[in-house]
Design a protein around this ligand. Sequence first.
Ligand SMILES: NC(=O)c1ccc[n+]([C@@H]2O[C@H](COP(=O)([O-])OP(=O)(O)OC[C@H]3O[C@@H](n4cnc5c(N)ncnc54)[C@H](OP(=O)(O)O)[C@@H]3O)[C@@H](O)[C@H]2O)c1
Length: 226
Amino acid sequence: MKCFVLRVFVASAVSTSIGIIGGTGDQGRGLAYRFATAGLEVLIGSRSAERASEVAREFALPNLRGSDNVSVAKECAIAIIAVPWAGHEATLKGLEPFLRGKIVIDCVNPLGFDEKGAYPLKVAEGSACEQAQALLPESTVVGAFHNVSSVVLLNPEVAEIAIDVLVLGDERTATDQVQTLAELLPGVRGIYGGRLRNAGQIEAFTANLISINRRYKAHSSLRITL
Ligand SMILES: NC(=O)c1ccc[n+]([C@@H]2O[C@H](COP(=O)([O-])OP(=O)(O)OC[C@H]3O[C@@H](n4cnc5c(N)ncnc54)[C@H](OP(=O)(O)O)[C@@H]3O)[C@@H](O)[C@H]2O)c1
């Protein structure tokens, strides 16, 4: 029975179109590449439709296209927000009407950088995910992919990514769907990581991963023991 339910989820995930807002950056391109090679319809979004099309063309995958962020938000079934923290609030405000009724996956880490490295920024709402939910009251915000390295996503030689993606949210059906989406990436487990009010620690933890990466010249991520 469990197996049947999982198959139904996977089938519906595969027929889903994913729109990546800010999809021309490293993280957006990495997720676009992996979801498109898994067979999903993927739309790369940008503030410039031309830039998005150029980036999409470089992948030369028939199910990967580029357009401006507004068109992508309108067309996609599920959106992923992959813009820098500095552009998070304004981007979401502009896209709010087009994201209503949709799952919006937020992977934005509010981090600062100085001579000592990366550190988490204070967010009035508690986290980027909670800010997104406050700005998008008619969407279902789910946090995921915060601790995934774009270098690994973009490396076609990495056949098994072999990490856990923590998925956070307040609606069980949405977090289940995003866990299933995450598991379309080879070797990835999607693990429920708590409600949106606990997203801040996961976003901030990326600062620790960046420190680990610098010390050990690595692209570290997470594995949870269950
Ligand atoms: N890089 C990683 O390994 C990684 C891992 C986990 C999570 N993340 C998170 O994912 C997000 C994207 O990371 P990234 O490294 O891909 O970032 P990025 O390259 O700096 O930015 C991504 C894209 O966002 C658009 N953008 C830039 N400034 C913007 C602004 N002020 N307003 C709206 N759009 C803007 C740009 O696209 P256009 O100019 O084409 O519009 C850019 O290509 C970040 O929030 C980061 O914390 C990154």
